[in-house]
Write a new protein. Structure first.
Ligand code: BDR
Ligand code: CA
Length: 331
């Protein structure tokens, strides 16, 4: 690693894989985690705050400011993903309750303070529905000049998960995702196409679970968590005793520490806000040239996003393990 650590803020809905992302961000020497903000998504926002505080304590980082944010999407009712993340929203691991309370600032106020107060532009990593981020961008648009990049877990080029075409974080609050995409800030979209692929082999999960160090052991327990609904992610060792575990949201933070592990293309992306089966879809224009629509009706202005199309799985698994287990050589 060379140079100063990258100032990062994570906006999350902790969340099994959000917890994996927090553990990595706290432990990677190239990242300075300035704050964590919480939003309703995988579970209710109070559960997200509790889970986030617990993870930071287990990771040995109890002083990072945490703020409570939006309790529901801009327009719709909240719809949790407890069938994936457990009743407590973080794998029902029986972890102790946190010993501290969140910031007195709400999420938007903490985001503003930390973005404007950072000596260097901040990288924002939303791993959740975009409600807090949309409220921030509409309330304090001056922050955009102080954001280096938004590395966003959300969307999909191909298949969705919440619906056949919509990824959960976009589906939960499509209008908020549209605000993010039109913010003018450089965006990397770490969508389901890469998210689903980064799997930690079972033998590594087993080693983590057996660790005597609480943060590494928690990573192992989180990676071993299985949703009550069937998981479509491929297990590279389906006959083995130790199933692989997906890094999920943590892959987006790996992409901050090591952007070279992703293959991206700058492409037009928009969110379908229409009611019906396409609502929440990220429509990524992969066409090499204009089609009849643009020829006859003219091109519409559309935000360009660096869309992740491929990921070096082994590179991100190694990066994750070396940071969380405290081994030298984290990029
Ligand atoms: C996203 O939805 C949540 O369940 C995960 O934490 C991740 O952020 C994947 O669609
Ligand atoms: Ca998440």
């Amino acid at each position: 690693m060379t140079g100063q650590p990258i100032p990062v803020i994570i906006d999350c809905d902790t969340g099994v894989d959000d917890a994996l992302a927090l553990l990595f961000a706290v432990r990677h020497p190239g990242i300075e985690l300035r704050a964590v903000t919480c939003v309703a998504g995988n579970t209710d926002v109070d559960g997200v705050v509790r889970n986030t505080l617990t993870v930071l304590e287990q990771a040995g980082a109890p002083d990072i400011p945490v703020a409570r944010g939006a309790a529901r999407p801009l327009i719709e009712e909240p719809r949790s993903a407890r069938h994936v993340h457990g009743e407590d929203g973080m794998g029902d691991l029986g972890l102790p309750a946190p010993t501290r309370t969140p910031s007195e600032l709400d999420a938007v106020a903490l985001l503003r303070r930390e973005i404007l107060g950072s000596p260097r532009p901040v990288t924002l990593v939303p791993t959740a529905p975009l409600t807090n981020i949309a409220l921030l961008l509409r309330t304090h648009p001056e922050v955009t000049a102080h954001i280096e990049r938004i590395v966003w877990m959300g969307g999909a080029v191909a298949a969705g998960n919440a619906t056949p075409v919509a990824e959960f974080n976009v589906w939960h609050d499509p209008e908020a995702a549209a605000v993010l995409l039109t913010s003018g800030v450089p965006i990397t979209m770490y969508g389901l196409d890469v998210f689903n692929r980064v799997q930690v082999p079972g033998e590594d999960v087993r080693r983590l679970r057996g660790s005597g160090e609480p943060g590494a052991r928690l990573a192992g327990e989180l990676l071993a968590h299985r949703p009550s609904a069937p998981d479509p992610a491929p297990d590279p060792d389906p006959d083995g005793d130790d199933p692989a575990g997906g890094l999920g949201d943590a892959g987006a933070v790996c992409a901050v520490a090591d952007p070279g592990g992703l293959t991206t293309r700058r492409l037009p992306v928009e969110v379908s806000l229409a009611p019906g089966p396409t609502r929440g879809q990220t429509i990524v224009d992969l066409r090499p040239r204009h089609g009849e629509s643009e020829i006859h009706d003219g091109a519409r202005p559309q935000p360009l996003v660096d869309v992740a199309l491929d990921v070096d799985v082994r590179r991100y698994v190694d990066l994750y393990l070396s940071a969380v287990e405290g081994r030298p050589g984290s990029r």
